[in-house]
Ligand binder design. Structure first.
Ligand SMILES: [Zn+2]
Length: 227
């Protein structure tokens, strides 16, 4: 069984934190940032481990190009909620976020008020962080502005890619995985200028991977050619 060492300056972002208590995870990812992991498990990217939810997410969603703005908004909410936490934590709360934020309808979220923020601070289905909840509402308003300006958030996202084409990487090993790119740097910088919160380059790169503007499935992963 081949093992590799993952080193990253932001392992907490990478979807590796499986089946281990948060405290252990924080020790491993926070202080040491090194984890042993197989490149492939059952012919799929090894970061899924054996977690059913993660495997389903990897097989059915991760890296598949999303053109529907409603789903792009869903990932914008989820990725920004993830800041500072592990992705699996947010994935497990996805239905909570759906309930809390009007089935990811940006128009409805943009109308939410301070009273809604107080209500959600008592709701167990999401991460109860006042700044994150408030920012989700602000981000929704800015998302609508971008739709008006570019026709769609999809067009806006694509505008950061040379040739207006998604990127297909050729990763042979998880150790080659990136946590940001020139595209995520440029997009997050522009979003920050517009007032978006919790959407730095690393979060932005994770968003681009998730919604298929970057294909980071390993070359030997069975999903790679299906998307
Ligand atoms: Zn894969």
């Amino acid at each position: 069984m081949k093992e590799i060492i993952i080193k990253s300056n932001n392992c907490n972002r990478l979807p590796f934190a499986l089946n281990m208590p948060d405290t252990t995870k924080n020790i491993i990812f926070g202080a040491i940032n090194i984890m042993k992991m197989e490149d492939l498990i059952d012919r799929r990217c090894g970061w899924c481990g054996n977690d059913e939810l993660y495997i389903k997410y990897h097989d059915e969603e991760w890296g598949r190009l999303v053109t529907d703005d409603k789903i792009l908004f869903e990932f914008l909410i989820l990725e920004s909620a993830q800041a500072g936490l592990s992705w699996i934590t947010i994935l497990r709360k996805r239905e909570g976020y759906r309930k809390a934020f009007h089935n990811f309808d940006a128009g409805e979220v943009a109308k939410m008020t301070a009273a809604d923020v107080e209500r959600l601070m008592q709701f167990d289905g999401i991460v109860k962080n006042r700044l994150k909840i408030t920012s989700t509402i602000t981000n929704a308003k800015l998302f609508l502005d971008i739709q008006k300006e570019f026709g769609s958030f999809y067009n806006y996202t694509l505008s950061f890619f040379p040739g207006k084409k998604p990127v297909i990487n050729h990763l042979k090993s998880l150790s080659e995985a990136l946590v940001s790119s020139p595209e995520s740097d440029a997009m997050s910088k522009d979003m920050k200028k517009r007032g978006f919160k919790f959407f730095g380059s690393t979060i932005c790169y994770a968003y681009l991977q998730a919604v298929g503007f970057v294909n980071d499935h390993l070359v030997d992963c069975f999903c790679r050619d299906k998307i």
